[in-house]
Ligand binder design. Structure first.
Ligand code: UT7
Length: 332
């Protein structure tokens, strides 16, 4: 069901740092192998920020490209929402630092922290501000610095070290006509799964720990639960969203999923009985870039001319919480 004003993605951008960490590099720190990582996750390499780069820098690089592709300047932006788990500092919001660096004089700002589905939470939130006419152009940015966190801990926990990388993706959301744009959305969270992907570092509870290593060792991920959760919940939220849009699965041209793991992506497509050719993945090159993975995948799919006018595109994120966020767009 459409809001009074619908919205469309009018521009996308991305940034990944230059430094590449291969699976082979990880074998110098943990007991793993290139073969195991590729088979279990589909990841070949990931990117990690340089010592001088901050999350707000990534956001700005991705945002500038998104603004350029939307034919807008920073002055045209009414709101900046940044989804991330590793901010520049605890306060102010990274979005406020991004505003300053971009020179987005007229923008309101806030951050969203909601794990890997944070970008979808931010996108759906932004759509409501356009829907009720409050704002016209909104920058929605997802940024990951998990690679940097892992590197700082010398990649010590192999259950997590093989997955995550750094990167940033941005979209500009703008009003659309009533034919194209956002058709429906769905969000949710499993009340019993907050402990499954648990990263205490930076939170008040972690202040009692003494060293970085102690703090980092508090990070836990129940990989098997994440796998089963994603394969169980993602097809459901996609079916719900598609139904809300008055469509069927047969109408979908593209399903763009959070790049958590290629085996998860394959299993979701299989569960939906959709051909793998209807999704796009780049996890082999960037690993899991948490909040950044969906806008990066969307940007690359557009850049490669995969998504065409009138295509039905489903975006779905899932992660720590454990929760999910899904949106169905008719591309214009
Ligand atoms: O945004 C969310 C990101 N997280 C995810 O996407 C996690 C989703 N979960 C998964 O992808 C899988 O559950 C994993 C890849 C984490 C694990 O796969 P699995 O098939 O559930 O493997 P397992 O935990 O049962 O472990 C299989 C073997 C074990 O050895 P033994 O007991 O069979 O000898 C592990 O000790 O693999 C071993 N293992 C590793 N070997 C090399 C576990 N981690 C590693 C590793 N490198 N990093």
């Amino acid at each position: 069901m459409k809001s009074a004003h619908s919205c469309r993605i009018s521009g996308t951008g991305m940034y990944v740092p230059e430094k590449v960490v291969t699976n082979e590099d990880l074998t110098h720190f943990i007991d793993t192998s290139d073969e195991w990582i590729k088979e279990k996750t589909g990841i070949c390499e990931r990117r990690v920020a340089s010592d001088t780069e901050l999350p707000s820098d990534f956001c700005v690089y991705a945002a500038r490209e998104a603004l350029k592709n939307a034919n807008l300047s920073a002055d045209n932006i009414d709101l900046i929402i940044v989804a991330l788990s590793g901010p520049d500092v605890s306060s102010p919001a990274t979005a406020a630092i991004v505003q300053k660096k971009l020179g987005a004089t007229h923008a309101a700002v806030f951050d969203i922290r909601n794990g890997c589905q944070g970008f979808m939470t931010a996108l759906i939130t932004a759509s409501k501000f356009i829907g009720d006419g409050t704002y016209k152009n909104i920058l929605v940015i997802g940024t990951s610095f998990y690679g940097t966190f892992l590197e700082a801990a010398q990649w010590r926990d192999r259950t997590q070290a093989v997955f995550f990388g750094d990167g940033s993706g941005a979209v500009v959301l703008s009003p659309s006509n009533q034919i194209a744009g956002l058709l429906s959305c769905d969000m949710g969270n499993d009340k019993d799964a907050a402990h499954i992907l648990h990263f205490p570092f930076g939170g008040v509870a972690s202040l009692r720990e003494t060293t970085y290593a102690d703090k980092f060792l508090g990070n836990t991920m129940d990989g098997r639960f994440v796998f089963d959760f994603a394969v169980r919940t993602v097809p459901n939220t996609i079916r719900t969203s598609v139904e809300k849009a008055g469509l069927t699965l047969a109408d979908i041209d593209w399903v763009l999923l959070h790049q958590a793991n290629s085996n998860i992506i394959n299993a979701i497509m299989e569960e939906l009985k959709l051909p793998i050719s209807k999704t796009y993945t780049n996890i082999n090159r960037y690993g899991n870039t948490s909040e950044a993975s969906l806008p990066i995948v969307l940007h690359e799919a557009l850049r490669e001319g995969k998504i065409r006018s009138d295509d039905i595109v489903v975006l779905c994120g899932f992660g720590a919480g454990m929760g999910w966020g899904t949106a169905v767009f008719k591309w214009d």
